[in-house]
Write a protein that binds this ligand. Sequence first.
Ligand code: SAM
Length: 227
Amino acid sequence: MNRPEPESIILQNRVAYGRIAGEWERRQAADYDHEFHERCRAEFLKHFSGTRVLDLGCGLGLDSLAFARVGLRVVAADIAVEFLPIVRTKQQSLPVVAADMTLPCFRAGAFDGIYAVASFLHVPPELVGRTLAGFARMLAPKGILFLHHVQASDGCAGYRIDDLLASDNPALCFCHAPAELTRMLASEGMRTVAVTGVRPSRYPSESAARNGLLPYQLIALKAEVAE
Ligand SMILES: C[S@@+](CC[C@H](N)C(=O)[O-])C[C@H]1O[C@@H](n2cnc3c(N)ncnc32)[C@H](O)[C@@H]1O
């Protein structure tokens, strides 16, 4: 893939999601994969202890709302500000924040868990190291990071979606093997405690089939004291 600069990739993805936020919400009843999301949340909760969760790249915010329903203190964050009023409409009391996960955005130790479903895949390779370092920093000791992510069966590093819910609405995505992220997280004091293989109900999507994508969830624990 011939890639533009990382900052323009971030901008392009933000614009692409901003354009389709309203349409995605309208299609939610027909398209949203509730069963998949429920299974991902269950995997996260198996390892999570604490109360404060950051849903990073929250989109329509349905995972945030589900966490709030079971009594967790959730912040819903997304780079595309168009999602924020949509989430707020569903629950006024839920804190919603515009945030780019590649930049330090919350104070150190602010969360017991960071939950990122299909959002970290938009981080360009040049920014992955600093993004993971930021996650580790925002987590309290014994905090849990949950990433729903993809690796490519042919080792391909990234792919482009040309028509993200609208024609000529490109978004760029990047793949990593769990071992690669595990290695990078270890240097930030985080230990992978599980890699699970929950698949979306309609897997493989057209894009997953075309790009040989294998979904997985990586769950990592922040050391209690620096290791
Ligand atoms: C495929 S959607 C997933 C949304 C939601 N997590 C879900 O599973 O329904 C990807 C989300 O990541 C957000 N996103 C993309 N790049 C981001 C970034 N750098 N920082 C924060 N959010 C980002 C997009 O705006 C979009 O809402």
